[in-house]
Design a protein around this ligand. Structure first.
Ligand code: SF4
Length: 357
């Protein structure tokens, strides 16, 4: 079924075959370049807007919308036409905005600290469903969306083709440079190696969360398949091929992965990493969830952790989290509306982090 952001230009032209030729340009321009809702494209006759609205329905229906106290962060839970629920987050600044999108409904990676993982995997999103999250967020933002991060629900590289195609369309139709697009992975090595072959200079963000395989296995079960050494090797390949610095995400959990010794171990590991531009670590205080007993590391710890990393030549930042009061971390809003399914692991927590940009 055709949807508003799934129709190609040719399909749109076919729908508008009885209209003057310039109508196709007008509609395409409104949807993609000006990024306005169809109802706001008042240069089109009202009857035509109604007809197009019926012929090209939206793929996502709102379930929950929550805005932070400062009104700079908005999170949506949307239902797809098959009933699967996905989340997206809009983060606004004075002159720009960033959208964090989901690539799957649920996630099969089962990271033990992740709210999304608690509900298990439902299905991959298709390209129009991913792109519509960006457009719908844009409709709510006075600022132009300049950045897109694939850090919402799901593992983007496990839904490779749809994610790659959505990046291409975001670049070509919305005019957002691939350099302003970040793709997060928990370490799907084949997908990382494939990304290295694409002419798409996105920023890769690798969710590392531990300095050694023994601890990482407890947090990220995928470590059994792809140990850290292999992930770092693939990350260096991406950095070299794309000429982009890779960032490493580290959700800091008090008493679990935030000790001085673990900072030293991470510094040694990443200080010698050969990727372009060296390693950059984003330290993210864990956003606690009901399903996981872990707590966030105190910010003071994180700053000390960052200092130790810098001593090894690793750049490190302590990420400011946003919208905690609206459960802005991935998977949390959906989890509130669901009865979690049985899952083999006893606890889940915060996934790919509530992003800052
Ligand atoms: S942290 Fe990311 S990859 Fe892991 S289960 Fe959660 S959404 Fe999936």
């Amino acid at each position: 079924m055709l949807t508003r952001y799934g129709a190609t230009r040719d399909e749109l032209a076919e729908l508008l075959a009885d209209q003057p030729r310039y109508r196709v340009d007008q509609v395409w321009d409104a949807l993609w370049r000006r990024r306005v809702p169809l109802d706001d494209a008042t240069e089109l006759p009202a009857t035509l807007r109604t007809r197009l609205g019926d012929a090209l329905p939206l793929a996502l229906s709102p379930v929950v919308e929550a805005t932070s106290d400062d009104e700079l962060t908005t999170k949506w839970l949307w239902a797809t036409r098959t009933g699967a629920e996905v989340e997206a987050v809009l983060m606004r600044w004075a002159s720009r905005a960033s959208v964090c999108v989901s690539s799957q409904a649920g996630c099969a990676m089962a990271c033990t600290f992740c709210a999304t993982g608690q509900a298990g995997f439902e299905r991959h999103l298709d390209t129009p469903e991913i792109i519509e999250q960006v457009l719908r967020a844009q409709h709510a933002s006075p600022q132009r969306v300049t950045n897109v991060v694939y850090m919402g629900m799901g593992e983007p590289l496990a839904n490779y083709d749809a994610v790659r195609d959505s990046i291409v369309q975001i670049r070509d139709r919305l005019g957002i440079s691939a350099r302003r697009i970040t793709v997060s992975t928990v370490g799907v090595v084949p997908g990382m190696r494939r990304l290295a072959t694409e002419a798409l200079p996105v920023t890769l963000a690798v969710s590392l969360h531990a300095p050694d395989d023994v601890l990482r296995r407890q947090l990220v079960p995928l470590t059994d398949r792809y140990p850290i050494a292999e992930i770092l090797d693939a990350a260096a390949e991406v950095a070299g091929a794309q000429g982009r610095r890779v960032t490493f995400e580290y959700a800091a959990i008090r008493g679990v992965n935030d000790s001085p010794a673990q900072a030293e171990a991470l510094g040694r590991l990443l200080g010698s990493w050969p990727g372009v531009g060296g390693a950059h670590v984003n330290l993210i205080p864990l956003n606690p969830t009901a399903g996981f007993p872990g707590q966030a590391s105190p910010r003071r710890h994180l700053h000390e952790f960052a200092l130790r990393l810098r001593a090894y030549g690793v750049t490190a930042t302590v990420r400011r989290t946003r919208g905690a009061e609206i459960d802005a971390a991935c998977g949390q809003l959906r989890r509130r509306t669901l009865t979690p399914v049985e899952h083999p692991a006893s606890s889940r927590m915060e996934p790919c982090a509530n992003t800052s940009s």
